[in-house]
Design a protein around this ligand. Structure first.
Ligand SMILES: Nc1ncnc2c1ncn2[C@@H]1O[C@H](COP(=O)(O)OP(=O)(O)OP(=O)(O)O)[C@@H](O)[C@H]1O
Length: 266
């Protein structure tokens, strides 16, 4: 298990998230104690743990919404509390975190992913709208563009949130139990897509999930780090040495065409 700050890796394997001796308590109740862990570029990290183990708390520490009581959290080499380049992080929330009565259309939800880069009310450019169209096409939701998000199935909604997270071409994609409440077949198709993205793109993944079993064949057997009931499982980027990036929109279109996912939109 690593201790302290890990030296920088070569090429496209720089540290993205560094947790050095991180501890956190709510009032006096310790939630996370002495956690050391580094996620590097193009790693796929699964954060697993039962209800109440501290997964959401740890995500908040990672994105700088909470500060640790001890130790240090760094994002892309900077202290998390000072990190401002929010557009480098894409976030896919739990389906249940979304209010189905929210009246926005699919296009508006995907477009709202741009606000990390463009302050609210700043005029969006033609290129921005093109990125929104590309992301919707890549995920097979372009025909749903004018529909109210609350009218869609759980699987379709998650594709909308994934498109929203991808419009800024994030370097780090955080997925917070993205398939809770979605049927097993749709979950399979979602995770197949996620694995494709991990295999073919320079995106680092941090996924929160109760469902370690689903990723058993994809991740190392032993946890790479543990703190209390929290466990990190990883597929390291050194499994893939080439650092060449391919265009995400093009690649996801090809992926759809290859019909590896026959019924893409469910
Ligand atoms: N703002 C808060 N103030 C005090 N205690 C809190 C606060 N937020 C969470 N907790 C407690 O901290 C513990 C960890 O909560 P957290 O939400 O991080 O767990 P989790 O692993 O994400 O759980 P779940 O799987 O149920 O979402 C829980 O016991 C929770 O009740």
């Amino acid at each position: 298990m690593p201790t302290g700050r890990i030296p920088e890796g070569p090429g496209c394997h720089q540290p993205v998230i560094e947790l050095s001796d991180v501890s956190f308590a709510y009032e006096r109740r310790p939630i996370i104690e002495h956690l050391h862990f580094t996620v590097r570029e193009r790693d796929f990290a699964l954060l697993a743990g039962p209800n109440g183990a501290g997964k959401t708390t740890l995500l908040k520490l990672i994105v700088g919404l909470l500060e640790p009581d001890g130790g240090e959290v760094r994002l892309f080499g900077e202290p998390a509390r000072r990190f401002r380049q929010r557009e480098r992080i894409g976030y896919v929330p739990q389906k249940n975190a979304f209010n189905p009565l929210f009246p926005a259309t699919v296009r508006e939800v995907v477009l709202s992913g741009m606000y990390g880069r463009h302050k609210l009310f700043r005029r969006l450019t033609k290129a921005d709208y093109q990125k929104v169209d590309d992301a919707m096409q890549a995920l097979g939701i372009e025909d749903l563009a004018g529909k109210r998000i609350g009218m869609l199935s759980g699987g379709q909604q998650q594709r909308v949130f994934l498109a929203r997270a991808l419009v800024n071409s994030p370097a780090l994609l955080i997925l917070d139990e993205p398939t809770v409440g979605i049927d097993a077949e749709t979950q399979d198709s979602f995770y197949h897509l996620i694995r494709h993205m991990h295999q073919h793109h320079n995106i680092t993944f941090l996924m929160v999930s109760h469902d370690r079993e689903r990723f058993r064949s994809y991740l190392d057997d032993a946890p790479a780090a543990e703190a209390g009931r929290l466990k990190f499982y990883v597929r390291h980027s050194h499994d893939r040495e080439d650092c060449v990036e391919t265009d995400l929109t093009h690649s996801l279109r090809e992926y759809r065409r290859a019909a590896e996912e026959p019924a893409l939109v469910r």
